[in-house]
Each structure stands twice: as C-alpha cells, then as structure tokens.
Write a protein that binds this ligand. Sequence first.
Ligand code: FE2
Length: 296
Amino acid sequence: MSGEVGAVRRFAFPEDGRLDAPMRASWRRDGFLILEGFATRPLCALLRDRVAELIEDFDPAANRVAFSAATQSHASEAYFLDSGDKVRFFIEEGAVGPDGRLDRDKALAINKIGHALHDLDPIFGPFSRDPRLAETCADLGLADPALVQSMVICKPPEIGGEVLTHQDATFLHTDPQSVVGFWLALEDADRGNGCLFALPGRHRGPLKRRFRREGDDLRMELLDPSPWMCDGEVALEVPEGSLVALHGLLPHRSGPNLGPRPRMAYALHVIDRAATWSPDNWLRRRADDPFRGFDE
Ligand code: FE2
C-alpha cells in the first residue's frame, strides 16, 4: 500500500538560484526538492512548441526497424546505445505494430526524446545552461557540475507509459555517487496525468541496481534483490514551470497517463566531475566531445 505521510514541502524557485537553509534542509531530509516557478508559462509554451517542431521533423518510417517489436533487440538496442550524443525519438510501446509502424499520429506516439538536447538543441541547449541552475547545483553540493543527459518525456494522453520505481544512479553511475536529476514540468503534473512519485528520505539507502554496458551488451545487475518497500510514497504534484531536483539515490517513479491531458516534462541530469564517471555506464561520449559544464 502506498500512502502519504505528511505534506510534501514546496518552495518558490529563488531568483538567483541560491538555496536557502530551509531548502537545503528539505533536500537533505527528503532527497528531493520542489521549486515552483523555475520557468514561466510563456517559456514552457516555447519549449513545448520546440518539441512539436522536433516531432514534426522526425520521420518514424526512417527508424521503423528500431521500433519494431518483431526485430526488437539489436536494432532497437543500437538506436538507444548510440543516442548519448544525439537527439533521438523513442516510441510508446503500445503505439507500434510488429512491423514498426505507428498506429496513431506521431505527435501522440512519442515516449521520449533524448539524450543530448542539452548540447545540440538551439532552444533546449541554452535553456539547460541557465546560470541560475548552476547556482542551484553548487548549493546541492556539485563542486564541478557537468550536464550528461537530457530527455523530453512526452507522456502523451491515453498511452503515456509508467516508469517503475528506480534510482537514477542505476543508469548514471559515478564513484562516489553524484548524479542529480532536474525534472521540469512543462505542463501541470498530477495523479491524473502521470506525475512523479517518490519515497522521501530513502536516498540514504544503498543503490539497488546497476545498469552496465559491456561492449554493446546491456545488463541489469541486482546489488540488492529485495523489492522496494513503497510505504510512505508521496505524489509530487506540481504546476507547470516547477523544477523538481532528485537525488541520484532517491527511489522515484511516474504513473501512466491514461487520461485525456498530456504531461510533458524535461529531465536533465548533472554529475560532479569531482567524482569518477563509471566507464561501464550505457551513456558514452567520444573523447573529442566530452561532457560540458554550465559555461563551457
Ligand atoms: Fe528517474
């Protein structure tokens, strides 16, 4: 059973991005931090328009083999594995037939777009390197932050898939752990359209899984096979423009979107280069195109 214990704390995003003592205390206690008003509604609209443009320019037929359930495995795995320094489109499972064709308008079939919008996209790039966010990173303890991964998570109406409980450090591992996820609501997010859920305070627990890449093989290693105990889970319902910071060890998930309203979000992951990037992470960059910081 999941239930809510106490109210979820929320703050207004500080003008200069600097976190005050109550915000830092909330982050340390819960492992997440809700900062409302990071992006204005007009800016969210601009970002959504950019997503619409990206999808308009995307040709699903050209990538049919990558989406085909019948040919799964290799083509789809390579399409994913090579996406760390690209802008690629991933399709909702329920929206694609065995031949890889979409069964609905492509604008309503995209699960996510990733994973290097922060480096490549003329709109999401500068947005991701907002100097206020650099200040927030410093206050969250990232000494030498680098932006490593970005995704637009479309969560389209009626078909938007759920994301099961996980820790981001499973997928973006450093030694010591340093990854912080920033999740920006590009639309109001609530239980009705697949908002985030989190287990407050459980970022103190150990990492339970490692997603390892060996050559072109991917393997999920179970470090702790016990199931998540989801007592105390809270819904992170937030208005459009809110930024949610998530500690890399915080267990979180998002529900499906089975209703009529969309729930688009932008997720950006930052690591500390004072820690060591684990070479067996799925995400790799060429030596001549390394991760970059906020003003690089
Ligand atoms: Fe996550």
